[in-house]
Structure formats: structure tokens, C-alpha cells
Design a protein around this ligand. Sequence first.
Ligand code: X5A
Ligand code: ZN
Length: 694
Amino acid sequence: MGTALVYHEDMTATRLLWDDPECEIERPERLTAALDRLRQRGLEQRCLRLSAREASKEELGLVHSPEYVSLVRKTQVLGEEELQALSGQFDAIYFHPSTFHCARLAAGAGLQLVDAVLTGAVQNGLALVRPPGHHSQRAAANGFCVFNNVAIAAAYAKQKHGLHRILIVDWDVHHGQGIQYLFEDDPSVLYFSWHRYEHGRFWPFLRESDADAVGRGQGLGFTVNLPWNQFDPELVLVSAGFDSAIGDPEGQMQATPECFAHLTHLLQVLAGGRVCAMLEGGYHLESLAESVCMTVQTLLGDPAPPLSGLMVPCQSALESIQSARAAQAPYWKSLQLQGQCGQVLGCRIPPQAPCSGYDSELSLDVTPVPTSPSTHSPEGRPPPLLPGGPMCKAAVPAPAPSSLLDQPCLCPAPSVRTTVALTAPDITLVLPPDVIQQEGSALREETEAWARPHESLAREEALTALGKLLYLLDGMLDGQVNSGIAATPASAAAATLDVAIQRGLSHGAQRLLCVALGQLDRPPDLAHDGRTLWLNIGGKEAAALSMFHVSTPLPVMTGGFLSCILGLVLPLAYGFQPDLVLVALGPGHGLQGPHAALLAAMLRGLAGGRVLALLEEDSTPQLAGILARVLRGEAPPSLGPSSVASPEDVQALMYLRGQLEPQWKMLQVRLIAEAWLCPGARLCRRGRWGGQGK
Ligand code: X5A
Ligand code: ZN
């Protein structure tokens, strides 16, 4: 449906006229560097270009006082000395004669983006603006921010479009205290911010930036200071600051540009993909330009490049997340449930920060597991054979900022994004136009050779399906096709999956993640060499037979399914860093289209989007269609009002997390996100939307 890019050249006019080391980093080149890079990459050309308009007085009045707006208006006619004197009344602010015009364009750009997304003209978009907005308050400029662009957009989406639940994600390195103040008693706007804090020693040095600020009045629980979130929102606004990116002089953090692709990708499963990002901070021009490209590329639906580096949460991050969970627990049921289970099972944050993505030594093994660190530690991996695999950027431990930025991304986009290789032709009817219907098949002889050991593959229909699957898989492994869907007769599902795994491993995949839904047993001859992570959702009971062989029952409730994906599948998948993902919907998988779509959409964040979905031949055309759309980059449909996880769901999840946490460090992250995914999860809230589901 498209991505909007909202911009106006006039916004490069405002600049610092005097000497001020604190403010000089907020300069016009921030916009031109980002835009130039978008052009160079051909990304700008793929967007719907919108020219920013000025926000009106009434629109600014949605969050600012009339007195403040007229104060800023008057700066247009002030001389340099007066401008400097007025600027000095605020913290980290400079005014320029063009400030009022620029700030109105910046706010207006956000409104245009919201209009474009909410009228369905586009799916999502980015507003490239300055001055930024998230520090600005009802009657005060602050931290380079004059009007609060994102807050105005949220108030406008409520007022003009009648929305009731808006999520604001603020990934700028600074706390957007301005947005927090404006919505702290408003339960219809969930403000989530992660930011550098340093126990109050990082700008803006505020006590209320800590995790225990949770909102007030009706808005208790709707201010979340720290990591990730959601409450089945209708719209996602992003305060997209890139000053947490590597090389930034303000933030001094280490986020690689790829991180922003993943943040964007994770947000795209919310609100039916309606994501409006607006530029906030970001002061290292190179890093800013790259990070903006990653964001736009992901908004356009391209798969996120694999993350480099160690997948290990650091101790202080774990502590921060824990504080935020503790502070939020009174307001969100699922946090309470899991808190209890976690204690019972003794899952706590370990005292020492671990040093590798996952430990090769296994304590709970029933089956033998590999112990050679060279196969298991991310540092010692063999180079990938696949184009665009996780090692395509030659990840090294603790990469130096400059070397990371110097390396061009070596992940070429395959010429074909998604291919569907189905045996029942009527399914083509529901496919999007750019999804290719595969005609080809692997050579008959080769197919037969792969099928020989499997009785269930002897039948002609099974062989035909296998030939198509092998052809598709080879296309993916050779880098011609990014993702695909194949089908097989139900009776041959397990054997077909077995062959797909063997073929993938022998044809270049270094690490293969297999997510098997329904009654699919782990292939008996699968080697325990750590190259395959087998995850069965639909087993009889929760069991971790080894760190690479995990089985869990299909969750009963939608909330349980979400927790399973967010709290188990994704942490394991991100820790494993596969370069190929197989997701198989086997006999009795019981998944509805939207659930399957969400799973596929989230798995698409792995392996550069190299995901092959295997369906049963008698699956509905709708299921194939929805998966094809998600795999080519469309947002999955919203799950709608959903139930919280059942006690059994929570227990299975907590049991597995407890078992696997010593090996898979990503599991140490205690999620906050899942609490917001279910409207029913809200505690202590009547009226508004608390009791009525939506
Ligand atoms: C938007 C933004 C930062 C102000 C830092 C002042 N403002 N030291 O990133
Ligand atoms: Zn910032």
C-alpha cells in the first residue's frame, strides 16, 4: 500500500546563529544527509513524496498554550541578540527567525503523515523534520524542540480521526519528557520510551524519567519508561531519534543501523501496520543517514538485514527491564502471572553478565548436544555460504564504531521477493500480483533420490510436491528468491520437512531454524550438531530435550500464543541467528490465518527474511494468500480483542524459559511487550476500554 516520505526543504533554514557547543549539533545537514542517502539508495523514489504543510494555530493549540504559540510566533521578527536572550530562558534551545515557520512545518508534516496513513493512502511513512519535538512542553521549548510534533499528531489522530488507542514508541536516546507530561493522565495514549538515564545523570536529568514513572490518574500504567510495548493500538507513532545510533556524539551508544530496521519491523505487526515515524534526534550524519535508510527500507517492506554482534543482553539492561516490569506489574495482569511463575521456578537474573550468545554446555540434556565452541559461539562461526546471511557483515565481537559504519551492507535484495509453489492451482486467485507462481520443479531423479528413504513420499502427489519444494528451496539458497510457500499432502508433511531440512543444510545453510506447528515430530536422524534449532509448537507437553530441540503445547488462548512467540520463539530465534527459517503448518496445527500471519511476520525478521512456509495441500486458499502477503512484506492483520494467556499457557512458557535460560541468554530478557498485546490484560481499569475488550 506504500510508504509516505514527508519533507520540506524550508526545514533546513533554522540554524544556530551564535556560539553554543550544546546546540550546534542540531544543524540543517541532518536533513540533507538523510535525504541524500535515501536518494542514493533509490529508497526515496519508492516512497510517496509529500510536501509538508504548516500546522495551523488550532492544531498547535491541541497541546500548546496560546501564549506559548504566540511567543514563538514573535521570534520571527527578533534580532539576533533578542533571539539569544530568549533562547537562554529555555534549556538547550536556540531560536532563529525561521524557527516558527520550520517548527510549524515539522508539526504539519506529522499531521499529513497521520492523514495519509489513516485515510489509507499509504500503509506507513516517515516525516523527516526539524526542529525535533519530543522534549517540547505545553508552554516551553526544550532540548532543541519547539513544538511537540509527535504529541500534536497523537492529539490530532484522536480528535480528527476519532481514535481511542494510540501507541507512541520513543526510541530516541533521550527521554521525551514533553510527551510524557502531555499524556501522563490519558489512558488512550500509551507512551513508551527507552532512553539513556544513568541514574539521573544523563540529560534531561529528570527523576521522572525513571521506570517508576507510570502515569497518573486514569493514565496509570500508560507511561512506560524503558523497553518495548503495545495495547492493540489503532495507530503507532514513533519518536524516531537516531542519537542512540553508533557514533552519535550525544548518545554515545552502540546501536547499529540494522537495529532500527528490526525496531521498525517489530512495530509493523501492530495496528495493522499503521506506523508513522517522525524524526527526533540523531547527530552523527553518517550514522543518521544509514539509520534513516534502514527505517524507510523496512517501512517499504524489505526484509531487515540480520543483526551482527553478540546476542547477549547486558546485566544493566536486564536490571532496567526488571525495574520497569516491577513498576508496571500493578497495572498488567500478565506481568503478575509471569512474575509469580518465574519466582516459583527460580528464574532470576543471574548475577554475572554472560559472555556469549548461548552456552555450548548443556545441563538439561537428554540427547547428546554438541560442545565444540567453534560451532556454537557466535564468534567462532564459519563464514556463511548464503548471500545475506548473518555473517554477511563479517560480525566480530565488540565491533568498533567506525569499522561498522565503513562496511557496506552486503545483503543484495533478491530479484524475486516471494514465490509460491503450490500444487492446487486455484490458490493463485488470492495472491498479490507481484508474488510469483512457481512453475519449475527439481529434476525427477534428484527428487526421487531425496524421497527414497521415506515411505510416505512414495506416492506420486507427494513426489510432485517435493519436486516443487526442492526447486523453491534451491532458489532461496541461491539468492534468487527471498521467501516462499510450498505445500505437501498432509500424510507426507513430516517427511517433506525432513528432506527440506537436509537439503537446506547440505546446500549452504549454516544455521537452520525450524518452527513446526501441530503434530510434527523431530526428524529421527537430525544431527545434534547445533546447526538446526527445532521448535515444535503443538507437542503433548513442554519439553526441552536439548537446547536445540524444544517442544511446547499449542497455546489455548490468543494471549498465550502471543506470549509464546514473544517470550520463547523470538528470543531463541534471535539468539540462534539462523540464515534460513522453515515454518511448517503440520497436521492439527489449529492456527487461524491471523495467528499464522503474525508468526510468519515475526520470523521474517530473522535470516534476512529468508523464510519458507510449508503448508498442507488442503489448507484454505485464504491461508496461503495471507502468508504470501506477509512474506512479501505486508503487515499481518490485527488479532483483534484477545484473551490473556491461560494458566496452562503461562506455565508451559515459564517452564521452558526456566529450562532454557542458562543456554539461551536472550531469554533473560523479561518482556514488557506482551502485557500490552491483550486489551483484556489490563487490571484496575473500568470504563474507557478496560472492561470492554477494545
Ligand atoms: C531531540 C534531542 C537532545 C537535547 C540534548 C541537550 N534533543 N544536551 O535529541
Ligand atoms: Zn535525543
